[in-house]
Design a protein. Structure first.
Lengths: 221, 221
DNA sequence: GTATATTTTAATGTATACATTATTCAACGG
DNA sequence: CCGTTGAATAATGTATACATTAAAATATAC
């Protein structure tokens, strides 16, 4: 019973966690050796993790200046939501075309139920987690592995910002309705409806969050 | 006058080249130490390059089995073209909305001219290069940096396959017409036309190439 | 006092040695 | 002869030492 997970993997997960939780704040710089000390390992696996996180757009290696945790500007948010809008709409369309059974759409339905339940308890964290689940499951059944990966990457990039605005936004009741209608369209095999409903859903989400950022003068997160 | 480019960067570029040129064939396995020897450097920078190439979807590190150059199946091609279709269509729409001047659209027009010229000389390699240029410039003026990066990644993933089918496909005269019409729509600020024309262009390209792969029984490239 | 040249410093980039571990191969028992 | 166990092997994963180089600090000239 030794630890069999490679250190580079531990570094990756732990750095991701610290970025998402804000322990490594947006815009902050960190030396490779600092991070290595904090994680209790040598620079080698840390560097490998940092390289991976760099290609996932979460940080940037700046020679001699340390690793910079990338802040996310309103413009970044706009870009990210645009990408998610296009690719998830495709996923919704393809999911509808695939003719899934109710059984196969169970996880999607369950995610919506969780959102409803969380909303009833006014548990926004749980709602956000279930929302993530819905979107992840949607792209999964869309059947395009590259879309899955890109969507995960984009979601990671906005995670901090999304958490910050979670308590500023209006109660997401409309959002839950949207999800149900998308699921219905998929279940009925109505591909174009699924696509356009989901597109609208994402476009509204984008407008809402960009608006929030401007109202609260949040220039980067 | 010493070489100031880091070895990891050299490794990255050189490995990319060897993958695209087929010197590292699809499906082949290679030890880190082999690659390091071939490139005349130690394993460290090679490993770093390999990690980057892995997150770009060009190869996979398989513990104890070496680095596998990822083959591209018809299904992969389908996924990649679907992603490009969505994101480039978005770029075309946004480019049209941006109201660029003729000056600013010059590079796009030049790419089309190059395609025509190459086609006149029946220089397919040059045509493909100019085609790449057109698509790269289109996403660039689309104004979404993430779309630029993702499109570049997807293009890299299909590069080998595209080169292989280049001499099997019909003369791409239709393709050049498509490009001109897309450029016209962008120049006229007709966003929806630009979007739908480009979508159609990509959908046809996808159908053509997938068809070619099946006809020639190309299961992976 | 300011600008420039030079030294020093500190961080990254790289090589190498070593630890770990999956795989291979051989020995052994059935 | 086949399957299982265990040692040998070989590849990756990691630590560390060192080389390189950009930035900072100091000295020097004007």
């Amino acid at each position: 019973m030794t630890k069999s997970t490679p250190n580079s993997q531990r570094a990756l997960q732990e750095l991701r966690r610290r970025i998402f939780e804000g322990e490594l704040p947006a815009g902050s710089d960190h030396l490779e050796s600092e991070l290595a000390d904090q994680l209790g390992m040598s620079r080698t696996p840390v560097r490998e993790a940092v390289l991976m996180l760099e290609s996932q757009g979460l940080l940037a290696m700046r020679p001699r200046k340390g690793v910079r945790i990338l802040p996310v500007s309103p413009e970044d948010m706009s870009e990210i939501y645009d990408v998610l809008t296009e690719l998830e709409s495709l996923a919704a369309e393809r999911a509808a075309e695939a003719g899934y059974t109710h059984e196969e759409l169970h996880d999607l339905a369950k995610a919506i139920d969780k959102m409803d339940a969380a909303l009833d308890r006014s548990d926004l964290e749980a709602w956000a987690a279930a929302d993530d689940l819905f979107h992840a499951e949607l792209v999964r059944i869309g059947g395009n592995r590259r879309v899955v990966m890109i969507a995960a990457m984009m979601t990671d990039q906005v995670r901090r910002a999304r958490n910050t605005t979670l308590y500023m936004r209006p109660r997401p009741t409309k959002s839950n309705d949207d999800h149900r209608r998308v699921l219905d369209a998929i279940a009925h095999g109505d591909a174009q409806t699924a696509r356009s409903l989901h597109r609208l859903h994402r476009e509204e989400a984008k407008a809402m969050i960009i608006d929030l950022l401007h109202k609260h003068r949040l220039r980067f997160l």
